[in-house]
Design a binder for this molecule. Structure first.
Ligand code: IDP
Length: 148
């Protein structure tokens, strides 16, 4: 079953949106297989955002993601990688549709509440970067047969 890495960024944690975000993913029917509240080292932040290393906003991005606790999660489900991205909305909250997490709660591109892996390759890389294998829990949810 497909898995993706999702993180409530420091602004989302400070604004009390962890519960709202977890609730949306649960209601959608995805299954939570790992979660932790944690502070992020610069080393981890730089690895996570390595693809943006040359961008002018890289320093700002690393400063922001290390500025307070984040809530890191792994969600599992059919097409969860693309589905999570749909639920998050566009990168810039100004362009994100109402009903999406960024559209409903975000204002600026720097503080856009949530991160989600953008492809199967990044999902695998990010899950392995943020979680140890023993942190991913395998369990049956009886509702799965109703989700299709
Ligand atoms: P994504 O988070 O929607 O996948 P990416 O293009 O991978 O978007 O960018 C990673 C993060 O970098 C974004 O979520 C956003 O917080 C930040 N970011 C992207 N573009 C800018 C910018 O132009 N200025 C400041 N921050 C930016």
């Amino acid at each position: 079953m497909e898995k993706t890495f999702v993180m409530v960024k420091p602004d989302g944690v400070q604004r009390g949106l962890i519960g709202e975000i977890v609730s949306r993913f649960e209601k959608k029917g995805y299954q939570l297989v790992a979660a932790k509240l944690m502070t992020v080292s610069r080393e981890l932040a730089e690895k996570h955002y390595a693809e943006h290393k040359e961008k002018p906003f890289f320093g700002e991005l690393v400063d922001f993601i290390t500025s307070g606790p984040v809530f890191a999660m792994v969600w599992q489900g059919q097409n969860v990688i693309a589905g999570a991205r749909q639920m998050m909305g566009k990168t810039n909250p100004a362009d994100a549709a109402p009903g999406t997490i960024r559209g409903d709660f975000g204002i600026s591109v720097g503080m856009n509440i949530i991160h989600g892996s953008d492809s199967p390759e990044s999902a695998e890389r990010e899950i392995n970067l943020w979680f140890g294998e023993q942190e991913l829990i395998t369990y049956d949810k009886t509702i799965n047969k109703w989700i299709g």
